[in-house]
Design a protein around this ligand. Structure first.
Ligand code: SF4
Length: 427
């Protein structure tokens, strides 16, 4: 059977044009990249978790739900961590659980674009949609981002190659600039590649801003940043003379030294550019719905991630209330992880401490998290086995529809599973 217009729940592109053919137990995917295809093959993978486990032994569903509720209720500082390939509806319930317990809610933004979110709070976010980039942008700057490999359909569906309303010749109507310490695959096809020294983005953003304000910059900047005065003047001129420019900011901006200060500096630069022309910035968010978590968490709690409810109100202080910091300080005493291989992404000390605490994992497949969990609950693939909302990297919400049943009938979605746990906690 063929299903059209399927939303891919992998990367921040949340492509909504996948064609999935399910035939005789095989899945064929059209329009999806290798990552999207690999995720959908998980639907029929042998690695799929189909029954709950408690302490490594198969268990009844009700017992797994009860045990999860018991662990969370008995904890004094429980951490709920939800991955970003889950639906906004499931995230909503996860946040409700954290609020009810007086615990902490966090998600993948804490270890990726969290500094981008903080920088946007400081300086505002002069942003746009992917559709506007497709139709208007004649200058695309990938700064610390390599969409060719991180978001394989980004350049082909929206930002570089497609023909748009004001960019009728597609790539021939656009210039691509890449600023990156590494000569990436995206840099290979750029009109201008600037090899910046790692950690000096902040200096170059401010130098560009100084040029826009009519200031002179010293040649010695090359020694410090690896970027020559000529390159800065050339880039400033390209920016000013574009009809519509956009910076696609990657983790190279958010995760290099100065973190949220880099983001604040680049957003101030974009604001300054708008005195000359139309200019925008868009973060190349990694996971399909990581932007959705920031949206819904802000809507429900006032803060975008890493929110602590132990005081009876929402308290947010990245570096204090965020997952890595809580684990390194050995503060949390129970953890529930939904749809995230968290143990693969944290520093060793944090993982070692986490492994000594009671853990509940809800996931579709076995991963390092399930190996260290006390309770493992089979996950549902949101956007395939149940419908749900996913926010694309440009904060546009997309409705993903169900096209296949989960391989079990204990639950219909991760939202449903979390609701069952919340109900049990409230009893
Ligand atoms: S680019 Fe991203 S959203 Fe699109 S098919 Fe590939 S993994 Fe899925």
């Amino acid at each position: 059977m063929i299903f059209k217009n399927i939303v891919c729940s992998i990367c921040g592109m949340a492509c909504e044009d996948l064609i999935v053919d399910i035939d005789n137990g095989n899945i064929t995917v059209e329009n999806g990249c290798l990552m999207g295809n690999a995720k959908l093959q998980e639907l029929i993978s042998e690695n799929r978790i189909k029954e709950p486990y408690i302490y490594g032994r198969p268990a009844r569903w009700d017992d797994a739900i009860k045990k999860s509720a018991e662990i969370l209720k008995n904890a004094t500082r429980p951490l709920i961590f939800i991955g970003s390939e889950t639906s906004t509806e499931a995230m909503h319930v996860a946040i409700e659980i954290a609020i009810h317990l007086g615990g902490i809610i966090d998600d993948c933004a804490t270890i990726c674009h969290g500094p981008t979110v903080m920088g946007s709070q400081d300086a505002g976010k002069p942003s746009c949609t992917l559709g506007e980039i497709k139709n208007r942008a004649d200058l695309v700057i990938c700064w610390g981002s390599n969409p060719t490999e991180s978001h394989p359909r980004n350049l082909s569906t929206f930002t570089l190659f497609p023909k748009g309303y004001f960019t009728k010749k597609g790539k021939n109507d656009r210039k691509l600039v890449v600023v990156d310490p590494r000569k990436t695959k995206t840099a290979d096809i750029a009109d201008l590649y600037i090899k910046i020294k790692p950690g000096y983005d902040y200096v170059v953003f401010n130098a560009l801003k100084a040029v826009l304000l009519g200031e002179d910059i010293d040649k010695s900047i090359e020694e410090m940043t690896n970027v020559s005065k000529d390159e800065i003047l050339t880039l400033a001129e390209m920016m000013k003379s574009a009809n519509f420019g956009v910076i696609l900011a990657g983790l190279g901006v958010a995760s290099s030294p100065k973190k949220n200060n880099n983001v604040r500096a680049v957003e101030q630069l974009v604001k300054e550019l708008n005195r000359f022309t139309k200019f925008s910035i868009l973060a190349n968010r990694g996971h399909a719905n990581v932007a959705g978590f920031n949206q819904i968490c802000t809507w429900m709690t006032g803060f975008p991630y890493g929110v602590d409810f132990s005081r009876g109100y929402s308290y947010y202080n990245p570096g204090e209330t965020t997952t890595v910091d809580l684990l390194r300080r050995e503060e949390v005493d129970a953890i529930m992880v939904i749809g995230s291989a968290l143990a693969s992404h944290l520093p060793r000390k944090a993982v070692e401490y986490m492994a000594r605490q009671p853990i509940i994992t809800i996931d579709i497949s076995n991963c390092p998290m399930t190996m260290i969990s006390d309770v493992v609950i089979p996950g549902v693939m949101d956007g395939a086995e149940c419908e749900g909302t996913f926010y694309r990297m440009d904060d546009i919400p997309l409705r993903a529809r169900k096209f296949i049943d989960p391989p079990f009938n204990y639950t219909v979605s991760n939202e449903d599973t979390l609701k069952q746990i919340l109900e049990e906690i409230k009893k």
